[in-house]
Write a protein that binds this ligand. Structure first.
Ligand code: SF4
Length: 456
């Protein structure tokens, strides 16, 4: 949201015109989907949305509380909204955190109108109704069937579940978002179909644990287009694969049943892309982390996936410098990396999140050691990523365009998720192209993360 200097005075409640709500959305794609649900409901009820603090009668800040830097960013965003507008409702993960028995947001910013936790659309709407009464005659038909989206028109996140049944020792998400609650398959598919009807070309499936979809409802039958289908990962992926668009799977834990999804990738029904957060490779550290599926033989599994689907792109995230991690265990992680030859990798130096069980583990490493291990990790991975990307030079890749400039367009291959992976710079000459269009690109050059090419 753009702050304007003219809006420094706190605003008064509106007196007649269409009430307008400003929105600041921070955090991960799951928080983004929560923002979309709130905005959709607001628009359905006839509220206007505002891009500036000045024009908003009230501002909602959707926060992130995952790591200390995110907490700081969220608290600053709330402070800015209070200074620029004055009427602020806070939602999201940070809203669920307390310090010494007091809600952290209310403690730091006592002037906020209300605070809720994540995934609380109706609670947020209740607060909006209280502080900015609903317009009398809502024009529900102005809302597109798939709701309001904050992503570009051609891709969208599809949240299939909320919460998580695991208790990873470094994570406080279950305490903020609760246990796993899978959305009914029929509802997920209706949303996906509406998005496709509106022009979405790529769906990004998100959750805390995509592999666990349906566990909480014991894979019960639901209805998709009049057919009874099990609420389960494999069935969900198969149904999404029939929509004829790009479908990308995120947050997939390497359970054995994930092996059954890889053939659907080899057949071209969904993108050959798996985002699998391995986090570590040492069995002792994985046990201390209490990671799901940590007992699985991940190297063998990766090998088997590549046998079935040679083009598969595997993305992962890791934590370096976990409490008690020895130099030898860190070495195991580097060995895993060299052997696994993953395509895309992110690494965080361990950050003690307040309230996480891992903080009580012995052997907390100094900041410099954690950071130095992260840097060494990334050095090893950068060479691997660059070498894997270089193999694409000379090939022709299908690219979905995100932006089109006068001479160069920017897009992504099947191997690149938006925001987190690389891009392809496409020399387009005088050809008229548009964002959301698929083109075939001859790859001419590779950098560490990105590719360059020309229209094939
Ligand atoms: S799987 Fe672990 S890291 Fe992921 S949300 Fe659940 S508890 Fe957190």
């Amino acid at each position: 949201m753009t702050a304007t200097s003219a809006a420094r005075r706190p605003r008064k409640a509106p007196t007649g015109a269409t009430p307008s709500v400003g929105f600041v959305s921070l955090g991960c794609p799951k928080a983004l989907v929560d923002s979309e649900l709130i905005l959709t409901q607001l628009r359905a009820e006839g509220y206007a949305t505002s891009a500036t603090y000045e024009d908003a009668d009230l501002v909602i800040v959707n926060t992130c509380g995952f790591i200390d830097a995110a907490v700081q960013e969220s608290l600053e965003a709330i402070g800015e909204a209070l200074a620029e507008n004055g009427r602020v409702i806070v939602t999201g993960c940070l809203g669920a955190r307390s310090e010494g028995g007091t809600n952290l947001v209310a403690k730091v910013h006592p002037k906020v109108l209300a605070v809720t936790g994540p995934h609380a659309t109706s609670e947020v709407l209740d607060h909006v109704h209280r502080h900015l009464p609903k317009p009398h005659d809502p024009f529900g038909d102005l809302v597109p069937p798939a709701g309001i989206k904050l992503t570009p028109k051609h891709y969208a996140y599809l949240k299939i579940s909320e919460g998580c049944n695991h208790r990873c020792s470094f994570c406080i998400i279950p305490s903020m978002r609760g246990d796993l609650v899978s959305r009914p398959l029929g509802q997920v598919m209706r949303e996906a179909e509406n998005l496709v009807r509106q022009g979405v070309k790529e769906l990004l499936v998100i959750s805390q644990d995509t592999s666990a979809y349906g566990v909480d409802v014991r894979y019960k039958l639901d209805f998709v287009g009049g057919r009874a289908v099990k609420t389960r990962m494999h069935e969900l992926v198969r149904e999404l694969g029939a929509l004829g668009i790009w479908v990308r799977l995120h947050y997939v834990y390497p359970y054995p049943h994930v092996d059954d999804v890889v053939p659907l990738m080899a057949e071209g029904r969904v993108l050959p892309y798996l985002d699998v957060p391995f986090q570590h490779a040492s069995p002792r550290i994985l046990k201390l982390m209490k990671r799901p599926a940590s007992g699985e033989k991940n190297i063998e599994r990766i090998r088997a996936w590549r046998d079935v689907c040679p083009d598969i792109t595997i993305r992962s995230t890791f934590i370096a410098g976990f409490p008690g991690e020895t130099e030898a265990e860190f070495g195991e992680l580097l060995d895993f990396l060299r052997e696994a030859q993953l395509d895309r990798v992110g690494c965080f130096a361990y950050s003690p999140v307040e309230g996480a069980a891992a903080n009580a583990l012995p052997g907390m490493l100094p900041d410099e050691v954690r950071e130095e291990r992260r840097a060494r990790f990334m050095q090893v991975q950068q060479e691997i990523s660059a070498a894997r990307l270089a193999r694409k030079v000379g090939t022709t890749q299908r690219v979905l365009l995100d932006e089109v400039g006068p001479t160069v367009a920017v897009g992504r291959t099947t191997a690149d998720a938006p925001e987190i992976d690389g891009v392809v710079y496409v020399k387009k000459g005088r050809r008229a192209l548009a964002a959301g269009e698929f083109v075939d690109v001859a790859i001419t050059r590779a950098e560490e993360h990105d590719l360059h090419g020309r229209l094939a």
